[in-house]
Write a protein that binds this ligand. Structure first.
Ligand SMILES: N[C@@H](CCC(=O)N[C@@H](CS)C(=O)NCC(=O)O)C(=O)O
Length: 240
């Protein structure tokens, strides 16, 4: 990595795409600064440099900006060997397709979590359950997606399992109950050191706050769970 240039990650505290990038940066021990912004109140300087107005973006030095979580993750991986991305062009293409798949899963999971309409909530839940089976197929009997070695594609799934783990003890929310391999894989993924350091310490608090404040289906179906003073301890997998 070129130490002449400062690397600044612009992120949002509960954005899962920001979490993926942060996870890779932690895994690779990259030296960087982080700036959090609010997506409902984006600063002018940010709107000038983020093509779609999305986080995360990575600013390198004074002028270079990379947007899109997958592009940033691959860039970080490339400049900090050993690479987590496979070398083989075919395997690379297969993994990039899985990056997209994971983005779609995460988008749908967040939409499920923050849904305020019962019908949409149920539709999203069914969609998620239908698509989880793909990860089980890819896992076969391996510890990770590409066998027994961690690769970049696995780090794409960190936000998915962090959010699922947070919701595990709520409601009919254990979406993984019929997916044994996925449960084990999820445990492996959230136990990675970089998955613990790849999110802000108040991630769970902020998520719970959002779930409550937006009066979501999740909240309405079990308000006492979300109102409990002890909630963050109970829902947070990592207590330290
Ligand atoms: N494809 C993008 C998706 C990023 C994205 O959707 N970020 C959300 C926050 S999680 C965002 O910035 N949304 C803009 C907005 O809410 O206006 C990526 O992978 O980086």
């Amino acid at each position: 990595m070129d130490k002449r240039f400062k690397h600044t990650l612009v992120a949002h505290k509960i954005c899962p795409y920001s979490m993926k990038v942060l996870t890779v940066m932690r895994h690779k021990n990259v030296n960087f600064e982080i700036k959090f912004i609010e997506t409902h109140n984006k600063p002018e300087w940010f709107l000038r440099i983020s093509p779609l107005g999305n986080v995360p973006i990575l600013i390198i030095g004074e002028e270079i900006v990379i947007s899109e979580s997958a592009a940033i993750m691959e860039y970080i991986d490339e400049i900090t060997p050993p690479k987590l991305m496979p070398q083989d062009p075919l395997q690379k293409a297969i993994d990039r397709a899985k990056f997209e798949f994971s983005n779609e899963l995460i988008r749908n999971l967040y939409s499920f979590i923050f849904s305020t309409e019962q019908e949409k909530f149920i539709r999203q839940k069914e969609w998620l359950i239908k698509h989880f089976k793909w990860i089980e197929e890819w896992l076969k009997d391996g510890r990770y997606i590409n066998g027994n070695q961690l690769s970049l594609v696995d780090l794409n799934f960190v936000p998915l399992f962090v959010a699922l783990n947070m919701l595990k003890s709520t409601l009919p929310c254990d979406l993984l109950k019929d997916f044994k391999k996925l449960q084990i894989y999820g445990e492996v993924i959230i136990s990675l050191p970089c998955s613990k350091t790849g999110r802000v310490p108040d991630y769970e608090f902020l998520m719970i706050d959002g779930i409550k404040n937006q009066n979501t289906v999740l909240y309405r179906s079990n308000p006492s769970y979300f109102n409990s003073d002890y909630k963050p301890q109970r829902c947070c997998f990592f207590r330290s």
